[in-house]
Design a protein around this ligand. Structure first.
Ligand code: ADP
Length: 617
């Protein structure tokens, strides 16, 4: 955890940038859910104008009564005041209700925007630790109320303030331009208002500075809290064994105390700013009443108008100061928005080619690595170095080597999850970067070690679609060795995996899940099938079953089989041995074993020793 509590994003933002950030935020907010946005704005406008209606009508009513003899008109006016106020309040309540009912759609819209962004990012960005950290920070800023929430609440309040200012100004215009109020009184009132507004602008900037600083501190602590809560809820085993729970609870308590202290200080500082402001406001209020009452006595304004003008003047002042506070807060929020948008602006660096991949029934797709080297982003180590190899159509290639030797990286490059740092990969003689990205990806069915299944039905997972071909489904499940298991289930392939979406879902074992992932690869029926350590969580019997049937499962596809267990690769046509990012040997099992002192023989010897030792023990 970062121990210093100083706000970190303090760089200057120009006015133009502020406006651009707010405009972009509003466009995005509207795109989340257009109707909610409209309801928010409409409700604010109606709500801001509403208080002036009774103010205006009451003034008319009082004057009618005081003028005497106009009781009938006064009664009509009173009825009109009540009726109109009621109608406006009704409209306001309806708009509020309509907005509240749909508020959640805005939240869903934002979540969807995050999902869409993740889907459009290159795999490289998704795997990048910096992207994950940025996402986490932005989410925390959101949870603390920054970004869209602040934009929504403050901008609608700002709109309300603007309408309130306009209404008040309109109602005050007769006082300044039409009444017989003395010039000195007008000037005095104007001067008082200007002083008060200037002071308010100054104080609201200071208050929102604190608001921003507290927001940053809250966001940072929220991050720490979330991690500690997660540890406490999910890491049950180690917590109990090592008593780490107590340590985390204590750490959590200390951070909470610290946050509390910092917040208290902020509250005190804010109070020091707000206090003189309240005094000034009180003085101003008194002065306005005095001037108006004196004017009324002198006959400058009517008694009813005192109420109206005083209300309008105070409304105007409040709205101007509120507006300046909201604008300050929106500007402060822009510091968070910069981080927010930097996430949405992460580019997809993968070159998106335009060539179409030829559809070939004969599956004659020649892939070649030509002197390929690769470093992961922000690393200095070559994960692959000078790799050159050609895939023969229909060949079963085993890729072996110690952990960290570059096997998975080799596959990631083959499937264009990353592009080579040096060298090129060719498909039928053309650099794969020139092909349409999605079409190129369609050539591969891969079961990665860390494959992911979702809590949908088995069939949905296998077909990667809602609709599926039942015959093909049955065949693929059978080929993956799951035929009988699925047949036994009452819902068959329509059984849910786990219980996330459906209580009747089945908790499949790790091995069974791996087979479902294998069936998914088979269902896709791509010309290349790649299995990355496919037997890691299978029991020995199932593992043997997959080995022996692998050639039949792969059919005429070109197949790549990654394993660190050499015994499981003997059935492949060719073996490529990886060592520290390079292919150091290629050939058949016997051939490689015969190369005395070679990496393969060395690995084989080490594994044979291990197995012998295990049997002996
Ligand atoms: P293998 O599949 O043979 O176990 P990998 O291809 O996963 O090996 O890893 C090759 C090298 O690349 C290792 O040094 C590993 O630490 C590094 N590496 C793998 N994935 C990443 C990554 N996402 N970021 C940085 N380095 C990585």
């Amino acid at each position: 955890m970062k121990k210093n509590d100083k706000p970190e994003n303090r760089e200057t933002i120009t006015l133009k940038e502020h406006i651009a950030l707010i405009a972009r935020g509003l466009r995005m907010l509207r795109s989340f859910e257009e109707k909610v946005f409209a309801y928010h704005i409409l409700a604010s406008v109606v709500g801001s104008v509403a208080p002036y209606l009774p103010m205006y009508m009451s003034a008319v009513l009082i004057d009618l009564i005081l003028e005497g003899g106009r009781l009938r008109e006064a009664a009509v006016c009173a009825a009109l005041t009540v009726g109109l106020t009621f109608a406006v309040r009704l409209l306001e309540a309806w708009l509020d209700e309509a907005r509240d009912e749909r508020d959640w759609l805005q939240y869903v819209g934002e979540e969807w925007a995050f999902s869409e962004k993740a889907m459009s990012m290159s795999y490289q960005s998704i795997e990048d630790r910096d992207t994950a950290l940025l996402n986490e920070r932005v989410r925390m800023d959101n949870q603390t109320g920054m970004n869209m929430w602040t934009l929504m609440t403050r901008s609608k309040s700002a709109v309300a303030s603007i309408f309130s200012i306009l209404t008040a100004a309109l109602m005050l215009s007769p006082l300044f331009f039409g009444s017989s109020l003395s010039l000195a009184s007008k000037m005095l009132m104007l001067a008082l208002m200007i002083v008060s507004v200037l002071f308010k602008i100054y104080s609201s900037r200071r208050v929102s500075d604190h608001y921003n600083a507290s927001g940053e501190i809250y966001a940072r602590y929220n991050l720490v809290f979330r991690h500690t809560y997660e540890y406490l809820e999910k890491e049950g085993k180690d917590m109990r064994l090592y008593g780490t729970g107590r340590m985390i609870v204590e750490e959590n308590r200390q951070i909470r105390e610290k946050t509390d202290k910092v917040m208290l200080e902020h509250t005190k500082k804010t109070a020091f700013i707000v206090f003189p402001e309240s005094i000034l406001k009180g003085l101003l209020q008194t002065a306005i009443y005095l001037i108006l009452v004196i004017s009324a006595v002198q006959g400058g304004v009517s008694v009813g108008s005192i109420l109206k003008y005083a209300g309008c003047l105070l409304g105007l002042l409040n709205s101007v100061s509120d507006l300046s506070r909201y604008i300050s807060e929106l500007f402060q929020n822009n510091r968070f928005f910069k981080r927010y948008f930097s996430y949405f602006d992460i580019p997809n660096e993968m070159v998106q080619g335009t060539l179409t991949v030829e559809k070939r029934d004969d599956r004659e797709y020649y892939v070649e690595f030509r002197n390929v080297s690769f470093k992961y982003p922000n690393t200095e180590i070559w994960a692959l170095r000078h790799v050159s190899t050609k895939f023969k159509i229909g060949e079963k290639l085993a890729v072996v080597g110690e952990n960290g030797s570059g096997k998975t990286t080799f596959i990631k490059l083959l499937c264009r999850l990353y592009d080579p740092t040096e060298g090129e990969i060719l498909l039928n003689g053309v650099d794969i970067r020139k092909y349409d990205y999605d079409e190129y990806l369609n050539l591969f069915s891969v079961v990665f070690q860390d494959y992911r299944l979702f809590d949908f039905t088995v069939a949905q997972n296998v077909a990667a679609a809602v609709e599926y071909d039942p015959d093909r489904m049955t065949l693929c499940l059978e080929q993956a060795g799951l035929g009988e298991r699925i047949d036994e289930l009452p819902e068959g392939a329509d059984t849910y995996i786990d219980k996330g979406f459906d209580e009747s879902g089945i908790l499949f074992s790790g091995g069974e899940k791996q087979k479902i992932a294998l069936a998914r690869a088979l269902y896709r029926n791509a010309p290349f099938i790649v299995l990355d350590e496919p037997t890691a969580s299978l029991d020995p019997e199932a593992e043997y079953d997959i080995y022996t049937r692998f050639a039949a499962i792969a059919g005429d596809r070109t197949a790549v089989y990654i394993s660190h267990r050499l015994a499981s690769c003997r059935f492949c046509d060719k073996i490529a041995v990886f060592d520290r990012g390079q292919i150091v040997q290629t050939g058949g099992h016997e051939e490689l074993l015969a190369e005395a002192g070679g990496k393969y023989a060395q690995l084989w010897g080490a594994q044979a020793q291990f197995y012998t030792g295990e049997q002996g023990g």
